[in-house]
Design a binder for this molecule. Structure first.
Ligand code: AMP
Ligand code: TRP
Length: 331
């Protein structure tokens, strides 16, 4: 039997992934590609909904591609490609925008969050229609499963609504996808403010582990992570967020359960604990970092891989777009 189709993507909006992206997205995707027909995109058209420098964007697309591959996404098995290389994304997004209600789009909480600081006047229309482009990404590939963090759940719900509406109005065209929301232990928190998610836009760099940080820097950040004064090494998200985060991190990178780690560290102090967590994270990330740097040293080969995969993606996406155009009376 064919494997179920899976689709996910990440924005090329920083110079390096952080440990949250690695554990919450890349590690999960690496596993899922084993028994899914997976498409992973670098969503550069989403990235330009906020201002980007062309030079920096070009570099960040390659850097993200290299990190995907170094992190275990196999570009021969999974289709790893750049969204803007496949014109059908923008085309289907337009078709879908004509069946999206203005009020419906206005209810997307990410737009509200992203414009909370600068105000809606300063935001682009592209930022407003961002979720419609995401719906096009997913529907073009007949994806059944969309692994995302819970902040993206509303966008996958919109995708389902738009797909169902289109099918009802114009006849069966799209597969209706299901979100697959990240498990709790896969959510990683800031090392300095363990109540907040680790994020690329953190104010304090000490709270964020970057995949491309030097190993010594990574170890130092973990050794200076905020804990508490109670001294016990056990998971308790409400009372001991810092220690719990470090346990989740160690569990994710070693594959040992949190319960086994609690037993292992029973009676130990935070110094020993943090040193072991740091060693485990460095052991996991250092090879990924090195492989990323190797891949980046040969940009022509990376570009070739992305071009081959864009061809694979285009073949699937163009067929779906044609179905949609025909259904709407545009062919
Ligand atoms: P972002 O960095 O917000 O563009 O997110 C890219 C991907 O990484 C999404 O699939 C997120 O769900 C995931 N992600 C981002 N931050 C974290 C985090 N702190 N913990 C776990 N997963 C995360
Ligand atoms: N909006 C998603 C994010 O910020 C990225 C994304 C774009 C995506 N298109 C997608 C995720 C399609 C899953 C499926 O994380």
């Amino acid at each position: 039997m064919a494997h179920p189709r899976l689709y996910s993507g990440m924005q090329p909006s920083s110079g390096s992934l952080h440990l949250g992206n690695y554990i919450g997205a890349l590690q999960q995707w690496r596993r899922l590609q084993e028994d899914h027909d997976a498409f992973f995109s670098i969503v550069d058209l989403h990235a330009i909904t906020v201002p980007q420098s062309p030079q920096v964007l070009r570099e960040q697309v390659r850097t993200l591609a290299a990190q995907y591959i170094a992190g275990g996404i196999d570009p021969d098995r999974s289709c790893l490609y750049v969204q803007s290389h496949v014109a059908a994304h923008a085309q289907l997004a337009w078709l879908l925008s004509t069946i999206t209600g203005f009020g419906e789009a206005s209810r997307m909480t990410q737009f509200k969050d992203k414009t909370a600081k600068g105000g809606q006047e300063a935001a682009s229309v592209g930022l407003f229609t961002y979720p419609i482009l995401m719906a096009a990404d997913i529907l073009l590939y007949d994806a059944e499963i969309v692994p995302v963090g819970d902040d993206q759940k509303q966008h996958v719900e919109l995708t389902r609504d738009l797909g169902e509406r289109f099918n009802k109005r114009f006849g069966a065209t799209f597969t209706i996808p299901k979100p697959r929301i990240l498990a709790d232990g896969a959510r990683i928190y800031d090392l300095q403010i363990p109540q907040s998610k680790m994020s690329k836009s953190a104010d304090n760099d000490k709270g964020v582990i970057w995949l491309l940080d030097e190993p010594a820097k990574t170890a130092k950040k973990i050794r200076s992570a905020v804990t508490d004064t109670d001294g016990a090494i056990r998971a308790d998200r409400a009372e001991k967020p810092g220690v719990t985060n470090l346990l989740d991190i160690m569990s994710a990178v070693t594959g040992t359960s949190v319960a086994d780690l609690e037993a292992h560290f029973d009676g130990q102090g935070y110094g020993v604990f943090k040193t072991e967590v740091a060693d485990a994270v460095v052991a996991e990330l250092a090879p990924v970092r090195e492989r990323t740097l190797e891949l980046l040293a040969d940009p022509a080969e990376l570009d070739r891989l992305l071009a081959v995969n864009a061809d694979r993606a285009r073949a699937v996406a163009d067929a779906t777009l044609t179905r949609a155009l025909e259904a709407m009376g545009l062919r």
